[in-house]
Write a protein that binds this ligand. Structure first.
Ligand SMILES: O=C(O)C1=C[C@@H](OP(=O)(O)O)[C@@H](O)[C@H](O)C1
Ligand SMILES: C=C(OP(=O)(O)O)C(=O)O
Length: 430
């Protein structure tokens, strides 16, 4: 367990950890590539290593060195895995590799993961693959993993899929359809959530030689050219705004001077919005070309926040709301319930234990700023983002906060505790 105590000051310069979303995509594209790729500054976290393992099962050779991964691709010919692919806790790996597995030459690929992953939705992606003539189904016939995918040729060239459950389904189709002989169209039947992640997908696959056209600005339709080949490429991963959001939030609420390096002003990451959200709440965060400077504390004002495109920021925003003056409203976040756990419910239940005033709505949270929280024991439901967000709450709370399940930070930010301690946070692992 992690013991968090009130912290009066945070100071120092740190590197943002490498982006999880970019690392997944870069290693998967490199694994399909036609030669050797180098991934520089990859995120060595458990989720990204799930993608590494899955890609190796599909025939890539990957040499893991601490700050570079050397990948020899399978030359656009994924092989039939020898064993089931265990993605552990990684939704991104499960979704993308389910699509890619349809391109094995014979037999079946079976993908599964931990208890949380086996509850997360897969139905719309399985249905989309079925529309393309691919046999793909849930072993329990309930739209969740384990999923079984038969290698086969893509036969149709229009696929219709809802956009409001997970953008990762669309990413998976975007990365799989280049294998089709024909050009394909992906048509969304409901408005897209988490749209910036598709821009990240397009950004990375283009670097590996794959072309996709966004047919309209509203993300309603995508054209994927057929008969394309992934090329090898050397790729450097930028820093992660979602992971940095915990450091930024702590810096804004506590007396601080923190410089976070390797975060780029023009990043395509949707979670870059944390800076604008905080500015709107009253904090003056400095954004340079490749780093962010936070000098707290600030008095924050509650605001209304549409989280349609930024689901991973919800736990961070929930904490900020508790310390802001007035009401903070989070809306358009139905999809936040389909993550490692139901994050809307978990934030409401756990922050109430600290004295927070939070009401759960079907699509979000209404948080009345109480200005202070009290330390207590918190459950994190095996969810890395809850550990990190609750740590920020604990740094401000009166008395000791005991966070259970802190080991889940290895999923996305393995050095979280040491980075926070290097800034002066009072954290002890027991
Ligand atoms: O594609 C990605 O890298 C991700 C997409 C988002 O999921 P959804 O598209 O399911 O909202 C996000 O929550 C997840 O952490 C990473
Ligand atoms: C939801 C997340 O990731 P994934 O979907 O890859 O499990 C996350 O990192 O918050």
């Amino acid at each position: 367990m992690l013991i968090v105590e009130k912290t009066e000051e945070l100071r120092g310069t740190v590197n943002a950890p490498p982006s999880k979303s970019y690392t997944h995509r870069a290693v998967i594209c490199a694994s399909l590539g036609d030669g050797i790729s180098k991934i520089v500054n990859p995120l060595n976290s458990e989720d990204c290593l799930s993608s590494v393992n899955g890609c190796m099962s599909l025939g890539a050779m990957i040499d893991i060195e601490s700050d570079t991964w050397i990948v020899e691709g399978n030359y656009n010919s994924p092989k039939t895995p020898d064993n089931v692919i265990d993605v552990k806790n990684s939704g991104t790996t499960l979704r993308i590799l389910t699509g890619i597995s349809s391109q094995i030459p014979k037999g079946y690929a079976i993908l599964t993961g931990d208890e949380s992953i086996r509850r997360r939705p897969m139905g719309p992606l399985l249905d989309a693959l079925n529309q393309l003539g691919i046999e793909a189904f849930s072993s329990k016939m309930n739209g969740t993993a384990p999923v079984i995918v038969k290698g086969g040729k893509i036969e149709n060239n229009v696929v219709r899929i809802r956009g409001d459950v997970s953008s990762q389904f669309i990413t998976s189709l975007m990365m799989t359809l280049p294998f089709s002989q024909e050009d394909s169209e992906i048509v969304l039947t409901t408005p897209l959530k988490s749209a910036p992640y598709l821009d990240i997908t397009i950004d990375v696959i283009e670097r590996f030689g794959i072309k996709i056209i966004k047919d309209d600005e509203k993300y309603g339709k995508f054209l994927v050219y057929g008969n394309q080949r992934y090329k090898s490429c050397n790729y450097t991963v930028e820093g992660d705004y979602s992971s940095a959001s915990y450091i930024i939030a702590a810096g804004v609420l506590i007396n601080s001077k923190i410089i976070i390096k390797n975060l780029f002003k023009n990043s395509k990451q949707g979670d870059r919005r944390i800076v604008d959200i905080l500015r709107e709440m009253g904090a003056d965060i400095k954004v340079k070309e490749n780093r962010i400077i936070v000098e707290g504390p600030y008095h924050l004002e509650g605001i209304s926040i549409d989280v349609k495109d930024i689901p991973d920021l919800v736990p961070t925003i929930a904490i900020l709301g508790c310390f802001a003056r007035g009401r903070t409203e989070i809306y358009n976040g139905e999809h936040v319930r389909f993550k490692e756990c139901d994050r809307l419910h978990a934030c409401a239940v756990e922050l109430r234990k600290m004295g927070g005033e939070i009401r759960e709505k079907p699509d979000g949270l209404v948080i009345e700023g109480v200005g202070k929280l009290k330390g207590t024991k918190l459950n994190t439901y095996g969810d890395h983002r809850l550990v990190m967000a609750f740590t920020v709450a604990g740094l401000l709370a009166e008395g000791k906060t005991v966070i259970e399940g802190e080991e889940s930070v290895k999923v996305s930010f393995p050095d979280f505790i040491s980075v926070m301690r290097s800034l002066g946070a009072n954290l002890v692992v027991k």
